[in-house]
Design a protein around this ligand. Structure first.
Ligand SMILES: NC(=O)C1=CN([C@@H]2O[C@H](COP(=O)(O)OP(=O)(O)OC[C@H]3O[C@@H](n4cnc5c(N)ncnc54)[C@H](O)[C@@H]3O)[C@@H](O)[C@H]2O)C=CC1
Ligand code: BAL
Length: 500
């Protein structure tokens, strides 16, 4: 159930769990199927791990249900809090190794990205360790002299969670920690490309003292293990992060099975709007980070940048100059190197998909394109140059569809009215950013934009205490902050007739 993995760049050799994690034990999948995980920096196989089928998911749900009924539903908030505080200590102890696993499996740069993920994971875990018993409390409602009501916020029971590959352990922690603090048990499926870190993390749950069955990890193919989880009649709620198309499938499975409630964090095509009175260097730095960080593999990436006509050329020049200095592959194109800030994209299929969009923009639409840094033709791995297109028509494929790579479209707008029309002209509504020094423009933009998150004079500047989620095709529900625990609680209302 373990394989030895060597990470020479950090002088690390460690034992990687490769089994399904059910009832606090690593086990083989029933049909023995496995998935190979590939290092996107080299295209080479890192390891193989067992892949859960429907029967394995059923075992995991049985374990979670038993744990909920017999143990976890009987724990107090302070007991759950204590376990989460212990987990904080263990994540702190192993954060460098966990960050290394994220870099190995997803290609995200170790120093400028993965280590930051682990700091966020520690913050999320601290937040919900402190929240247990304090957030999501009921109310006493006075009705008359003879009657009053009380509401109770109670856990759902067994929660299914499905997470993507762009922030593997962070996306899992955004879901698990609040869910556990609320008193639910969990069956979670990591993405096929990036299961190593969550499997390793499962050991910390055992070490922290979480009882068997409270958290179960079932790596596997989305169409098999993910579907089985979303469809399972004994899963009481499902939370998903990933593409909008798959979010629709998850919602369909939930409806066709037991009408389980869903939380969906899906795709985006987020706008950043730069007015002529903006501090241009500030706008450039945030907009570049907002599309090139994590190689653009962010659901909140500001992949559409609109710049007021009068400063367009100045912005483009500053944007390219800043991006060239800041967003780099590094000399050896090794995401473990300190000078690497742009790693590879996650997989060969995503590489081909993103390159397809770039080719379409150039060949089919004849758009002007700028790429930053050269890549030798024989370079290994799935590296894509930071890229931006200019003067892109609003109806361009590159303006309408989520590319999910280091590719931005930068266009102009005349005035405030046109800016908000262009920004809202999308099926998505996850995030947005506005750059201006005019308080009126900023507050009108916040009022009028149809997006779950708005950044004023920053972008992709999230905080774990602030609710996160989308409008329109970007999803349903919220994570993080108080919402990240309330979403795993349901209300029960009790009416007391005191005349008797
Ligand atoms: N809103 C957000 O925070 C995020 C959104 N995304 C979106 O995800 C996309 C890229 O990531 P991918 O992993 O390719 O997304 P994806 O939607 O294909 O996969 C996400 C997760 O869903 C699982 N899955 C796939 N098919 C499934 C099915 N039929 N039933 C249940 N689960 C299934 C996958 O195994 C994976 O664990 C992008 O379009 C991006 O917009 C990705 C990361 C974060
Ligand atoms: N930053 C985490 C969610 C996302 O943007 O993909």
């Amino acid at each position: 159930m373990f394989t030895s993995i060597n990470i020479p760049q950090l002088g690390i050799r460690y034992e990687q769990p490769v089994g399904l994690f059910i009832n606090n034990k690593f086990v083989k999948s029933k049909n023995g199927s496995q998935i190979d995980t590939i290092n996107p920096s080299t295209g080479e196989k890192t390891a193989s791990f067992y892949a859960a089928g429907a029967a394995d998911v059923d075992d995991a749900v049985k374990a979670a249900k038993h744990a909920y009924d017999e143990v976890w539903s009987k724990t107090s908030p302070s007991e759950r809090s204590d376990l989460l505080w212990k987990l904080v200590e263990l994540i702190e102890r192993d954060k460098k190794l966990l960050a290394a696993l994220e870099t190995l499996d997803s290609g995200k740069p170790y120093h400028s990205n993965a280590l930051g993920d682990l700091e966020q994971i520690i913050s999320v875990t601290k937040y919900y360790a402190g929240a247990a018993g304090k957030i999501g409390l009921g109310k006493q409602i006075p009705i008359s002299q003879d009657k009053y009501a009380v509401t109770f916020q109670v856990p759902y029971g067994v929660v299914g969670q499905v997470v993507p590959w762009n922030y593997p352990l962070a996306m899992a922690s955004w879901k698990m920690q609040g869910c556990l603090a609320a008193g639910n048990t969990i069956v979670i499926k990591p993405a096929e490309n990036t299961s190593l870190s969550l499997l390793y993390f499962a050991q910390l749950l055992v070490e922290a003292g979480f009882p068997p069955g409270v958290v179960n990890v079932v790596p596997g193919h989305g169409g098999e293990a993910g579907t089985a989880l979303a469809s399972h009649p004994n899963v009481d709620k499902v939370a998903f992060t990933g593409s909008t198309n798959v979010g629709k499938l998850v919602m369909e499975c939930a409806g066709k099975s037991n009408l389980k409630p869903v939380t969906l964090e899906c795709g985006g095509k987020s706008p950043a709007v730069v007015f002529e009175d903006a501090k241009i260097e500030n706008a450039v730095e945030w907009c570049a980070m907002g599309i090139f960080y994590n190689s653009g593999q962010n659901c909140t990436a500001n992949s559409r940048i609109y710049v007021q006509e009068s400063i367009y050329e100045k912005f483009l020049e500053a944007f390219k100059s800043h991006a060239t200095k800041t967003w780099k592959f590094g000399a050896k194109r090794d995401p473990f190197d300190e000078d690497c800030t742009v790693g590879p994209v996650i997989s060969e299929s995503q590489y081909k998909r993103i390159k397809g969009y770039i080719e379409h923009g150039v060949k089919e639409e004849g758009l002007q394109v700028e790429t930053i840094h050269e890549l030798p033709p024989d370079s290994k791995g799935y590296f894509i140059q930071p890229t931006f297109f200019t003067n892109v028509p609003q109806n361009s494929k590159l303006n309408r569809e989520e590319i999910f790579g280091p590719v931005a479209v930068i266009s102009t707008f005349k005035d405030e009215d046109e800016a908000i029309k262009l920004a809202n002209d999308t099926d998505y509504g996850l995030a947005s950013a506005v750059f201006t020094q005019d308080i009126g423009i900023a507050t009108r933009f916040v009022r009028d934009i149809k997006a779950g998150t708005v950044w004023v004079n920053s972008s992709n500047d999230e905080d774990i205490s602030v609710p996160f989620g989308g409008f329109k095709m970007s999803g349903i529900g919220r994570e993080l902050g108080e919402a990240g625990m309330e979403t795993y609680l349901q209300t029960k209302s009790a009416h007391f007739n005191i005349t008797v």
